[in-house]
Ligand binder design. Structure first.
Ligand SMILES: Cc1ncc(COP(=O)(O)O)c(C=O)c1O
Length: 386
């Protein structure tokens, strides 16, 4: 096991002020502020305060964030739509699909974040029929898809990383299974992007979405949606707005001409402030290197899994670091939120979900951070402190 990553982690840690007070292990929920993301937020506030408005520069920043996101997934900027949340991105995609024919089934994994399931469920009134790919102990076994997918399946909705256990699905296997029945593939990569290289072209995904505040080191209010060009060209989302027009600045009330490729999924005034922050954070991660981040976060996962086992903690999900996002979830007795609070009081930021405490380090975390977090968790769980 390496003791440090291939990049200069010490200089990176100096850019994260929160590290002087806490051990942040809550990236599965909200990442810490970096000095560069704060500076990007201040850049917008400065511009707004000083100039009143500067649409050209602000919209330019939105376009730059589109470019920054597209290179993280090996897409071109036109193949990326800027959204405000994963809920909105998923709703926009769902609104463009036709469930009135024989392909009315949506295969949804039981590992999805609830919002994605809710969006698909809301399509039942338009004829969609949901079929559930089962999750077992925080893992979604691949053969679960075989029993669910058939010629009536229009789309498979799968998360890359499971928010509750950190389990990471093998997307290429899912695409192969979906293609065998002629279905589209929709991927929610919120819990993995920023921690690994992901190539939408090589994987042949139809849709991929993520928000920005978890492992992409950003803030709420902006999300990105990749749409494969050949699929985008035949879709017309009914969740739309002037941003989805071929020429939004024509301000033509009666003309619905669709923008080419994924831009047709844009809706209203984009999240400008958030785009400033998102761009700065994504460019930083790209410079650090996604392969190097994956390598290091797998080392951190191994330390969490082995350290947890040594302390008798019960893991939820896979114990193979290659099958995980950086999130490691431990099942805890009683109220997990109370344990989250106790961890915070002792300097560890963790995230409770259901019966589990999630420890989610990232590229700036050290093996000492992992050790400290596990020691504190062990003390809280096993001592009179409980
Ligand atoms: C995997 C995943 N998808 C979606 C969401 C939420 O999406 P949004 O609030 O942007 O709609 C979360 C939030 O935790 C998540 O973990």
């Amino acid at each position: 096991m390496h003791q440090s990553p291939s990049y200069d982690i010490e200089s990176i840690r100096k850019k994260i002020p929160l590290l002087s007070r806490f051990v942040p292990m809550n990236n599965c929920s909200q990442s810490p502020q970096m000095d560069i993301t704060r500076a990007a937020a201040e850049e917008y506030l400065e511009s707004w305060g000083r100039d009143g408005m500067d649409w050209e520069r602000w919209m330019g920043e939105v376009e730059t964030s589109r470019v920054s996101f597209s290179r993280l997934i090996n897409a071109s900027p036109d193949e990326v739509s800027i959204c405000v949340s994963v809920s909105q991105a998923t709703s926009s995609v769902a609104s463009a699909l036709d469930f009135s024919g024989s392909r009315r089934k949506v295969a949804v994994t039981e590992g999805e974040f609830p919002t994605v399931g809710h969006v698909w469920k809301a399509q039942e009134r338009h004829g969609a029929e949901l079929t559930w790919v089962p999750a077992q102990d925080g893992i979604i076994p691949l053969d679960g898809y075989d029993h669910i997918l058939n010629e009536e399946t229009q789309i498979v909705s799968a998360c890359h990383g499971y928010y509750q256990s950190g389990f990471k699905q093998d997307l290429s296997e899912i695409v192969t299974k979906a293609r065998a029945v002629g279905a589209l593939v929709y991927v929610d990569a919120y819990q993995t992007l920023g921690t690994c290289a992901l190539d939408v072209k090589e994987l042949d995904l139809d849709f991929l979405t993520t928000g920005n505040l978890k492992f992409l080191m950003g803030i709420p209010g902006i999300a990105f949606l990749y749409v494969k060009p050949s699929v985008a060209e035949r879709l017309e989302p009914t969740i739309t707005g002037w941003g989805g027009r071929e020429n939004p600045f024509a301000f033509d009330l009666k003309d619905l001409t669709w923008a080419p490729v994924a831009r047709r999924f844009d809706t209203g005034t984009p999240p400008i402030f958030e785009a400033f922050v998102a761009r700065a954070a994504m460019d930083f991660l790209y410079e650090v290197g996604l392969d190097a981040i994956q390598d290091w976060t797998e080392t951190l996962s191994r330390a969490l899994i082995e350290g947890g086992k040594a302390r008798g903690l019960r893991l939820l999900g896979s114990d193979d670091p290659a099958q995980k996002a950086p999130t490691t979830a431990f099942l805890v007795p009683g109220d997990s939120h109370l344990i989250e609070e106790k961890l915070r009081a002792k300097g560890i930021l963790a995230s409770a979900r259901g019966p589990a405490i999630r420890l989610a380090p990232h590229f700036y975390s050290t093996l000492e951070d992992v050790e400290t977090a596990l020691n504190v968790l062990e003390k809280i769980l096993y001592s009179e402190d409980r």
